[in-house]
Design a protein around this ligand. Sequence first.
Ligand code: CTP
Ligand code: MG
Length: 356
Amino acid sequence: PHALSTRQYLTDLSTSLFSFVLPLLPTAEELATKEEVRVLIERLIKTIEPSSRLASFGSSCNSFGLRNSDMDLVCLIDNKEAALHASDLVAMIGDLLERETNFEVKPLPKARIPIIKLTLQPSPGLPYGIACDIGFENRLALENTRLLLTYATIDPARIRTLVLFLKVWSKRRKINSPYKGTLSSYGYTLMVIFYLVHVKNPPVLPNLQRIAPLRPMTKEEMTLEGRDVWFFDDTETLRKEWSSANFESVGELLIDFFRYFSHDFQYNNTVISIRAGHLTKESKGWMNDIDVGGLNENARDRNRLCIEDPFETPYNVARTVTKDGLYTIRGEFMRATRILTARPERAVLALAELCI
Ligand code: CTP
Ligand code: MG
């Protein structure tokens, strides 16, 4: 009877996860409004720099979007010669948007990566308002967005559900704040993909950066801003030729994800890489005590949790995670494992408790 009830519980948990996530997805109306905003801002920016385009990236187009999530936009300038310097452009576009729109505008031209922050206060027609970041020339972000989207398309029922649930859970538990020492949604998403490609055996997902291209490719085609950005993106072929031998349900995968990152993953010396699997911190030069000389007090904290960006490989996506932040995140993974394995009468109760 015990075995049967385990199976029943996992089925119940999986069903509950689907129903939990479904009402949190953005509505068609919200997506349409956001697209209108993009078009409006693009039109304004073109009056300053006619060769520019405004592209969406992040959760509005990687299929991991939640209702009322921020918009991530990037301004791309096709005509390199005519282009103004990014920081001048930020200031000019900031002024223009201030004059011509109802957005609250906060240009950050001096930031490491210059951006403009836009907010629209809530109104009856838009009860949550809109928050939007406009970046400049960040073409790698478009590629990593496409990579995440391609992974999601391979097995949407399991991957989207896992990622969306983790995003909601990490936000509700307040461990999704890179500015406060924890991890971005992008970081959690890479952890899920790493787990499905490199931890699960048999894997749930193939490694898209390691499948051979269907035709020979030139180095130029595979490179962007000096980075190897190639990955297998032919979803038709993937649908026909990839089938996972892993049949675990979403509920099972979620519990095991929490368990793995509570106890098994070696935070001290291992780097999470969806490109290359488990790497050592040493091989990347990402040891904790880099820079202890005192140049930067926070440098010690930079490599507590290490997640290699899939394309910008020298960049630790989890560099924002402090010692305390990691302690809290691991504590949350343990709490989640405990709640989900306590097997209450109904799985939906476990999910509710998990996200309180
Ligand atoms: N990104 C990145 N490097 C980071 C963080 C983010 O390149 N360290 C880019 C990625 O392209 C990512 C996008 O910015 O898809 C948005 O990141 P984030 O806001 O963390 O993820 P979202 O999926 O947009 O989640 P949310 O709904 O929480 O905004
Ligand atoms: Mg976002």
